[in-house]
Ligand binder design. Structure first.
Ligand code: ARG
Ligand code: ZN
Length: 877
């Protein structure tokens, strides 16, 4: 059944207090819950509605009296008590089987320990409850368990009592002073150890910080702890927001559906986003850990203190919190060019994953109007496009204006469950601005297109930029209204320097101005422009749109060499490369020969050898658009042709730039002890990019370079990059290097994930090879990280093999979606998205994809998660 945003009604009852007692046992956990409720005076409804799933209801008492089976109605996971009194005390006892919970929602067991995941609707797998985010209560939680097996007992808030119970059992009593929705509830129990640190907060209060992991992992917690402390400091500085608890805990778990979870005071993390030391984690891992630790910490204010009224408002907390973690990561790098590299990385994710989503069958607005299963809406649109929407406020209002809006938001809504509109109103009101039209960013799906054209009048010394916007149809939204789009622009004079801008009818000054496009078409006139400039449009990617402008090749080369906006400097190179890649792909399809003109190579050589540029920037500038990004530009996707074209271009560039690549390799070594700082990481990135290009040549010298690095590396970044170079070519040491890597890291699950993932995405790995890897003793479908490392890496990260002409990739996909669905619907539904773009392929592939989708759709007992995804894929356009 589809749930609609327009059907929102406030709850009939508020929950004021919740007390819970858990008797933890893997095969039979008893949960006793006592809650006090009060009828919502604002409503007319007297029906008390509770949700429960996959649990056994032992008993239920209302105001002290046991309720018989006819005192309530229980159907499809909804328990209704009609005509309940105004004040209610409910006592509910439920019985759970955490050891059989493979969905990893609610209470489950991972490697012998207990964990919970309650967002979005997991709490209802623990007890019957008004499990919706606008129902907020205070919680007191008693945990009881065997002391030897579960020496550590954690829940939200403060530990107020602990002790022995005799008979080998013990207890811990926790109290969370802040009222919260049930999705922020958490408990952890088991054999864990922690690194801890006390810090002084800005106000002078002291807080205890802990990072909990399994024994043997204490040598991998320092970076997470450092990241947490940096996050706390950053939120104090940038937004004036302080940690509101005396104790803040992070716990790592190896079985987890997503990245991490912001449970109040007890964040639970996928091990992937906690554990790091130089031996097992790459520079990218270090960066991701910092970002996710920040993200979950920042939720304490944006998500927990102010939460969502309903799940349609998910981006209220997620878009805002992603924006905050992006800004945090950028500030941690500190330099302008470092910030630009971070910005480019974020935009790459948006284009690689969100643009295709916005153009496919699952397209939805940042604030969706309907869904079947909310878990399917933890998407790149809600998160990453949502963050872009928040970023546009800052672009329009300035940093100070944005901060004013944030302050007003907390002043108005602290302790409340609110809507995206409330955030927009705070931004508007704090700045005296009308942001009515800006609402369309929340209500309209699809990636807007902005087409720019220019007219220069040398005699009048004017330069006019005309911007035209449109937005393609998306499911359920045929036509779109114009968006309010901030378009940051600069003009480069013939010397490559920015012109001072005089925008007609405006007092905006400087070398970059933000044009506000609000109509379908608008013209902006700049005065005092004597000579024809080159426009630098959508600087720093000021809006999540596709910007089209008919640049000549030489103009792009000019921007690559001179634009003061590092984002657009990168962008110019990408435009040029994309142009070549599309032409090469067309040539492959036409059966003609491929050839590259030397101009692209020369422009890239200038970038590669420009020592004034940060190595990190040079690395991203030399990275060609991905196969997925190329595919999105084509009317009919031909994965094999794209793959051949991109390989050809990489090979040609490697030949043309070989000497410079070898220099870059030599000049960007990082001797001494490993450090994940941005400068060292940037050097390693450029060095390893050089290694990867040289690897394209697949000759003895290339093999030797990779082999030597693989054997000598003292950190995972270099070891893994070298292994990848070997794995993607025909080096004689390939098999031995893979085998040795496995041996060396057999006891490090996160590294074994990398080992699977590398092979799954290697260009020579076909479906048969993936099936063989699935037989490896270390493979398990039950562990999401492992399933993702092999199956997702193949289906999403190896397009030319996955889209094999015989359809064998799709058969494999269908089998795995069905097998996963029986274990873990959330993970299965993610994999189900791999065929989102099936309609864009040539008929032979398209028909095979459709059959695979139909096969999944027809599978018996399919979860609503997977059913929604394949159903929408198959639905008429
Ligand atoms: N709120 C979490 C975060 O963004 C993710 C929630 C996970 N949701 C889920 N259905 N597993 O950090
Ligand atoms: Zn989040």
């Amino acid at each position: 059944p589809t749930i609609y945003r327009k059907d929102y009604t406030p709850p009939a009852y508020w929950v004021r207090t919740v007390e819970m007692g858990f008797d933890l046992e893997p095969s039979a956990t008893r949960v006793a819950t006592r809650m006090t409720l009060e009828r919502n005076r604002a409503g007319r409804d007297r029906t008390l509605t509770l949700y429960g799933e996959e649990l056994e209801l032992v008993q239920i008492r209302l105001n002290g009296k046991a309720l018989g089976k006819n005192a309530y109605a229980l159907k499809d996971g909804v328990l209704r008590i009609a005509d309940a009194p105004e004040r209610v005390t409910l006592e509910i006892e439920t019985l759970l089987r955490p050891d059989r919970n493979t969905s990893l929602m609610g209470l489950y067991v991972s490697n012998g320990n207990f964990f919970t995941q309650c967002e979005a609707e997991g709490f209802r797998k623990i007890t019957y409850f008004p499990d919706r985010p606008d129902v907020m209560a205070t919680y007191k939680v008693m945990l009881r368990a065997d002391k030897k097996k579960y020496p550590v007992l954690l829940s939200n808030g403060n530990l107020i009592e602990q002790g022995d119970l005799g008979d080998g059992r013990h207890y811990a009593l926790w109290e969370d002073p802040f009222k919260k929705p049930s999705y922020l509830f958490a408990l952890v129990a088991g054999q864990l150890v922690c690194q801890e640190e006390k810090i002084k907060l800005k106000s002078g209060r002291e807080a205890l910080l802990q990072v909990w992991v399994e024994e043997g992992n204490l040598d991998k917690t320092q970076h997470a702890m450092d990241s947490l402390i940096n996050s706390i400091r950053w939120d104090e500085e940038r937004f004036g927001l302080e940690l509101d608890l005396d104790r803040f805990m992070i716990v790592a778990v190896g079985d987890f559906n997503m990245g991490a979870m912001e449970n109040k005071g007890l964040n639970i993390f996928n091990t992937k986003f906690v554990l790091a030391n130089p031996r097992i984690a790459t520079d990218v891992d270090y960066g991701n850990i910092e970002a996710v630790v920040g993200h979950e910490y920042f939720h304490n204010w944006t998500g927990n203190r102010v939460t969502c009224r309903d799940w349609f408002q998910l981006s209220l907390k997620e878009g805002l919190t992603v924006f905050r973690d992006q800004e945090f990561s950028a500030d941690m790098i500190g330099t302008d060019s470092g910030r630009a590299v971070k910005r480019i990385d974020d935009v790459r994710v948006l284009r690689q994953a969100q643009f295709p989503e916005d153009a496919g069958p699952m397209a939805h607005p940042v604030r969706p109007d309907s869904f079947v299963e909310i878990s399917n809406f933890y998407t790149v649109t809600i998160y990453e496009k949502g963050a872009e929407v928040v970023r546009m406020y800052q672009t329009l209002l300035g940093r100070d204006g944005f901060r004013k809006g944030m302050d007003l938001y907390f002043e108005r809504h602290d302790g409340q469950a609110v809507e995206c509109d409330d955030f927009r109103a705070a931004m508007a009101d704090a700045n005296g601005r009308d942001l009515t039209q800006f609402e369309r960013w929340y209500s309209q799906a699809g990636t807007p297109r902005v087409v720019a054209s220019v007219a220069h009048d040398a005699a009048a010394r004017t330069y006019a930029i005309t911007l035209q916007q449109s937005c393609p149809s998306t499911p359920g939204q045929k036509t779109k209204q114009p968006f309010h789009i901030p378009v940051a622009v600069g003009l480069l004079g013939q010397d490559g320097k920015d012109l001072p801008l005089k925008l007609r009818g405006s007092d905006l000054q400087g070398t970059t101005v933000v044009l506000e496009l609000t109509e379908a078409q608008q013209t902006f006139v700049f005065d005092g422009v004597a000579d024809l400039p080159v426009p630098s449009l959508l600087r720093n990617f000021s809006a999540p749109v596709v910007l089209e402008y008919d640049y000549r090749d030489d103009e792009l080369a000019f921007l690559m060499a001179h634009d003061s906006d590092p984002f657009n400097r990168w962008e110019a190179g990408q435009r040029l490369a994309l142009r070549r890649l599309l032409a090469l792909t067309a040539a492959v399809r036409a059966g003609g020969g491929m050839a590259v003109d030397p101009a692209l190579g020369e422009s890239l050589r200038l970038t590669l050898t420009d020592d004034a540029l940060d190595p990190a920037f040079r690395e991203i500038a030399l990275t060609l658009p991905s196969e997925t990004v190329i595919a999105e530009q084509m009317d009919v996707i031909d994965p094999q042709a794209i793959h051949q074209a991109r390989r050809f271009l990489r090979h040609a560039l490697a030949q043309a730039l070989r000497a410079d690549l070898v220099d870059a390799y030599r000049n960007n070594q990082t001797p001494g002890a490993y450090s994940p700082d941005a400068v060292s990481a940037g050097k390693r990135a450029l060095k390893n990019l050089a290694l990867s290009y040289i690897g394209e040549l697949d000759d003895a010298a290339a093999h030797a370079l990779a082999q030597t690095q693989c054997d000598g590396a003292d950190n995972m970044t270099d070891r893994f990059a070298a292994l990848a170079a070997l794995a993607n070519g025909s080096a004689p040491g390939r098999a031995a290097a893979l085998a040795r890597f496995y041996q060396d890291f057999e006891d490090e699950p996160l590294v074994i994930d990398k080992w699977f993932s590398l092979q799954a995405s290697a260009r020579t790995t076909d479906v048969a090879a993936v099936r063989k890897l699935m037989q490896h003793p270390a493979f398990s479908l039950k562990n999401p990280n492992r399933a993702r490392s092999l199956i997702f890496s193949f289906c999403n990260g190896n397009p030319s093999q996955f889209h094999a002409a015989d359809g064998s990739g799709y058969d494999f996909w269908a089998e795995q979606v069905i097998a996963l669905d029986a274990l873990n619907p959330q993970v299965a539904a993610r994999l189900a998205r791999s065929l989102d773009r099936w309609r864009k392929y040539a008929p032979a592939l398209r028909d095979r994809m459709r059959s695979a989708l139909e096969r999944v759709a027809a599978a018996p007992a399919l979860s609503k998660d997977t059913k929604e995804v394949v159903g929408k894929s198959l639905a008429a356009e």
